[in-house]
Design a binder for this molecule. Sequence first.
Ligand code: ADP
Length: 431
Amino acid sequence: MNILVLNAGSSSLKFQVIETSLDAIQHDTDRTLASGLIERIGSQALVTLNRHGENGKPEKTWKSAQALRNFNAAIDLVLRWLVSDASEIPSIKSLADIHAIGNRVVHGGEKFTKSVVITDDVMRALEDMIELAPLHNPANIAGIRAARELLGVGVPQVAVFDTAFHHTLPEHAYLYAIPYQYYRRYKIRRYGFHGTSHRYVAYKYRKMLGLERTNTHAISLHLGNGCSACAITRGDSIDTSMGLTPLEGLVMGTRSGDVDPAVIEYMALKEGMSIEEVDSVLNRLSGLLGISGLTNDMRELLEEEREHNDRRARLAIDLFCYRARKYIGSYLASIAAANPDVRAVAVIFTGGIGENSSEIRSRITQGLEWFGLELDPEKNQKAVGGWAGCISKDAPPSDRPSLKAYVIPTNEELLIARDTLRSIENIPQRF
Ligand code: ADP
């Protein structure tokens, strides 16, 4: 089955076409046929389209700038390219060769605890949820509508939610300590995001070690532009660092992560800003960018620190690593308290930074030898560019529970494609 995976942002669209089947899922042989990114939809859009080769990696790229008014125009362009002779994708000759669509949807609220086939009822529920995710869900809904208009209702569509993996959070982890009526009335609580990524890497870890689901305990750190940590025990998410929105938790590219809420009123007062303006500062001008005053890009910050000994670049990196380390410590406590008999916990690094920066991994884990977490410098160094495996020193057998670090590249699109197939076939979605 060829599945078109759509990830619609406020003015961008990422897509992949993945060929999968129940047999391919079983043997991990699903294959990406094409991928792409369209940025600045609504004006002169930047279009990147890739055909992938036998090994699943991009083998030919087309780049262009084109006026694209909206998501309909962007998805129309993708579909026309996919079926054209120019793209030369052997198994896609016409639109009939696109069998289903998997959509990333950011917020599923309390209603969606797993991926679902999109019906009119599901669409209504997604619209009701816009208030919870005003920055994200409208784009996801626009993508679903555009795909339905262009491919027709005969092509099934599935919604895969960033929040769903975290539906197992216990009340004590998801409630804010504010008057309970605000939860009851407005569902103000922590939902968590990046769930598809945390679920994917924890599943890969379990497969890599041949563990039972019930023996899978991990702290996963998704470190990209957006960053979040997740405490996983017995295969379930029991805590995560993002909250009602993706603003809470770790230091991110442009988001502050945790701040005292009183900061908001004080900034508004001092700068004469509205609440919306302060919110925008916390979302768009904070994090690595805000502290360094230079960039939200970790690679550039590391270079500034190395080449120019830039104090603010170093400070931004230090804040980033310190916050991540604090979350490791706190989630170790959460996991240990949930399972007094736990024998092994993995710290899993993923996302652009987690998968590629040995420097950041080593700075985050500094001082955690006391917990038994000690990186092997050589293994850590070579874990870049898609490498997956353990980067901890080999430790002699011991009675103490083990804490080891892993690098596992995430692949949210693959999990979306697999969930799409499983939802359509009505078979359980595996962790
Ligand atoms: P997104 O969250 O938008 O998907 P990514 O997961 O691609 O983002 O992560 C982007 C971040 O990864 C950027 O800060 C980028 O600088 C960082 N990154 C990518 N490669 C490296 C590297 N080799 N060293 C340090 N940071 C890197």
